[in-house]
Design a protein around this ligand. Structure first.
Ligand SMILES: Nc1ccn([C@@H]2O[C@H](COP(=O)(O)OP(=O)(O)OP(=O)(O)O)[C@@H](O)[C@H]2O)c(=O)n1
Ligand SMILES: C[C@](O)(CO)[C@H](O)COP(=O)(O)O
Length: 225
């Protein structure tokens, strides 16, 4: 089995407050994005990596890629100003416009090859599958001063990778763009086409590094390995 991976690194990392793209921050002696790329590079099922970057980071990313030997082809492509735009640009830049596509945040360095394979198998069966973990907090829906407590047994926190048949996710992105819909993940765009998306249980370790506190968590995770 094989899949093509889109790895997103075209954000600005504003919430990280590092003054530059968080993908270049060092954790465990390596830049964040290198940790993420290494997982896909070491997965024999990954046929290619399309790495989405902003124009301003392109040169630095090229230097970083040149500093290491990779076994999987990595293609650099330009991203947009929103995550969703970057995904569509990644989809349009894929070497093969068919088969299974994984969409992954560069900012999630700790996904495992074992979970990637579980996701690929689920995607082959269902056309759309995502990693997600059960919510552990009690979730409140607030409307003004009125609160409603959600049934936690039904709630999942979506992660990446999210895996889809190419045509399904391409159509979902084009449709969202035409309708002016901006989703916070890719599965939500497939859901709005009334298509089922299967959940593969992920790991709480597959964290997204978003704020400065997350860097401490990531270092602690790497030190405990
Ligand atoms: N226009 C964008 C915005 C985000 N991303 C990528 O999408 C992933 C998830 O986004 P997030 O964690 O929000 O990263 P940033 O957008 O960089 O962070 P912030 O929202 O704090 O600026 C990241 O790997 C980020 O690089 C992207 O490729 N293109
Ligand atoms: C796609 C995602 O990582 C799933 O949890 C998340 O929705 C991205 O959100 P962000 O606000 O762009 O970081």
């Amino acid at each position: 089995m094989y899949y093509q991976a889109i790895v997103l690194a075209a954000g600005q990392g504003k919430r990280m407050q590092a003054g530059h793209n968080k993908q270049f921050l060092t954790i465990g002696q390596k830049p964040l994005i290198v940790h993420t790329l290494n997982v896909f590079d070491q997965d024999p099922w990954c046929a290619s990596i399309t790495l989405v970057v902003s124009n301003s980071d392109r040169e630095l990313m090229q230097q970083l890629l040149a500093a290491q030997k990779w076994t999987t082809p990595i293609n650099l492509t330009e991203g947009g100003s929103e995550r969703q735009e970057s995904v569509l640009m990644g989809l349009e830049a894929l070497p093969d416009k068919s088969g299974i596509v994984f969409i992954h945040d560069g900012a999630r360095p700790f996904v495992t090859i074992e979970r990637l394979h579980a996701l690929a198998e689920a995607c082959l069966e269902h056309r759309g599958a995502i990693l997600a973990v059960p919510v552990t907090d009690t979730i409140k829906l607030r409307r003004g001063n009125r609160l409603e407590t959600m049934d936690r047994g039904l709630l999942w926190a979506a992660q990446t990778p999210q895996a889809f048949d190419y045509q399904l996710i391409y159509d979902a992105h084009v449709s969202a763009k035409v309708d002016g819909v901006l989703g916070t993940d890719d599965a939500s765009l497939v859901e709005r086409l009334d298509q089922d998306v299967f959940i593969v249980e992920g790991s709480y370790d597959n964290m997204k590094l978003t704020t400065p506190e997350d860097l401490y968590k990531a270092e602690a995770f790497l030190n405990g390995k």
